[in-house]
Design a protein around this ligand. Structure first.
Ligand code: ATP
Ligand code: MG
Length: 408
């Protein structure tokens, strides 16, 4: 495979993209496509987000785009980024920069006109490839093309130092490894991540959660999670994740693949699978990761085994579709063969109400509700039978009730 040129693809012809590049000086080499778009474009993958790197200052970029009537938003001026909006979709434009000082969490930046300096502050060689938007020519300063061909994820420069600059790179490393890498991993990168795992404690829980969920959203991250467990990566921040959890994750992914639901695999549910199946632990971890209340509840509900003996439809009726599917996919209830059919099913309305019970001769009061609940249980047990059958059940229950009350 020759990869010296970016292959032509649909995303390069997004409306307005050519004009944007021209305005930023593509003709004289002042702007290049960089990062994920180049990497994914070379691999022939779909590209959604385009990042541009430019020698122009952010002020110059803003002025040129405004003059041309292109909407521009100063999304990250502090680190040299503005966002152009083309056809309602963003293109990030970042002035070439080098990181002057870093404390592991944020960087102080300076602008440069040197492409290689800009490449050097990026994390992995495969993320530091540039393409000339006019010609498709690729610029590779750190062996990223070769690494991409061989599916190697390598830090640019000294891995320990790069992790000391930004601890999040440990988690990014495993995410890109799961996405693009072949195993076994680059030994130096893996060893550096292992050695520096404790530095993850200095990161905000939100950033950790965000990265971990991105990793878990990949098609099958289990081999990389196994590696992370071996490297003690989770121990400082998510010690609840263990080999047992990994086996649960694998079982979940196997069920996802078996059933092919229209609902896509959920990173949140996969996180739940990695934890001990105890709703209190689920809540605790979700709170630590500052996940939303809704997500916290989802994790705890997925871990709570249902107190029911009935069928899967009963689960949906009583707990709602999302929780029911979560519980079934986690293996806390036996998924009978047809989860896709279950996913399409929606519970019918219970065909009778309190008035129907009263019309059978029960006077208003708690007995009505009690009888109604009994009838409903039987309706569920009989697989949500039709209205005629429910009325027959109601009549039976009511006459049984009256017999009992006469006898007592
Ligand atoms: P994705 O498809 O996941 O968005 P991406 O390569 O576009 O992949 P981003 O996180 O969007 O990744 O970042 C864009 C680029 O910015 C990366 O390709 C990389 O060059 C650089 N970058 C992002 N985060 C870091 C970081 N923490 N340290 C160094 N460089 C980074
Ligand atoms: Mg991106």
């Amino acid at each position: 495979m020759t990869m010296a040129h970016l292959p032509d693809a649909h995303w390069l012809h997004r409306p307005g993209f050519d004009a944007l590049c021209e305005i930023l000086g593509a003709g004289n080499g002042a702007v290049r496509i960089v990062g994920g778009a180049v990497r994914d474009g070379l691999l022939g993958l779909d590209v959604h987000d385009i990042d541009l790197a430019t020698r122009l200052t952010p002020e110059d970029v803003i002025a040129r785009l405004s003059d041309a009537g292109i909407k521009v938003v100063p999304t990250g001026l502090a680190h040299g980024t503005v966002t152009a909006v083309l056809d309602h979709r963003p293109v990030e434009i970042t002035t070439l920069r080098c990181d002057v000082s870093t404390d592991g969490r944020r960087a102080t930046v300076a602008y440069t006109s040197d492409w290689k300096e800009d490449a050097a502050r990026r994390d992995f060689t495969i993320n530091a490839l540039y393409a000339d938007p006019a010609t498709g020519e690729i610029f590779d300063y750190f062996g990223g093309l070769d690494d991409l061909t061989h599916r190697r994820v390598r830090f640019i420069g000294n891995a320990d130092q790069r992790i000391a600059e930004d601890h999040l790179r440990i988690l990014r490393y495993f995410r890109f490894l799961a996405r693009f890498g072949a195993l076994p991993p680059d030994e130096r990168a893996f060893a550096a991540c292992t050695r520096n795992a404790n530095s993850l404690m200095a990161l905000s829980r939100e950033r950790i959660a965000d990265e971990v969920l991105k990793l878990l959203a990949l098609p099958d991250p289990s081999a990389v999670i196994d590696l992370m467990l071996m490297g003690g990566i989770f121990a400082p921040v998510l010690p609840e994740i263990s080999k047992v959890g990994l086996e649960q994750l694998k079982a979940l992914i196997a069920r996802e693949q078996q059933f092919q639901l229209s609902r896509p695999p959920s990173a949140v549910l996969r996180l739940a699978a990695l934890l001990p199946q105890d709703p209190q632990i689920g809540e605790l971890v979700a709170a630590r990761l500052k996940l939303s209340n809704k997500t916290r509840k989802r994790i705890a509900a997925a871990m709570t085994p249902p107190p029911l003996h009935g069928n899967n439809r009963e689960l949906v009726y009583r707990l709602g579709m999302e929780t029911a599917l979560d519980i079934l996919l986690l293996g806390h209830a036996t998924p009978d063969s047809d989860l896709p059919a279950l996913e399409k099913w929606s519970p019918p309305e219970f065909p009778i109400n309190g008035r129907d019970i009263m019309s059978l001769g029960i006077s208003a009061g708690p007995d009505v509700a009690r009888l109604l609940a009994t009838v409903r249980d039987q309706w569920i047990a009989e697989g949500f039978c039709d209205a005629d059958r429910v009325r027959a059940i109601a009549a039976d229950q009511v006459s049984g009730f009256r017999r009992d009350s006469q006898n007592s």
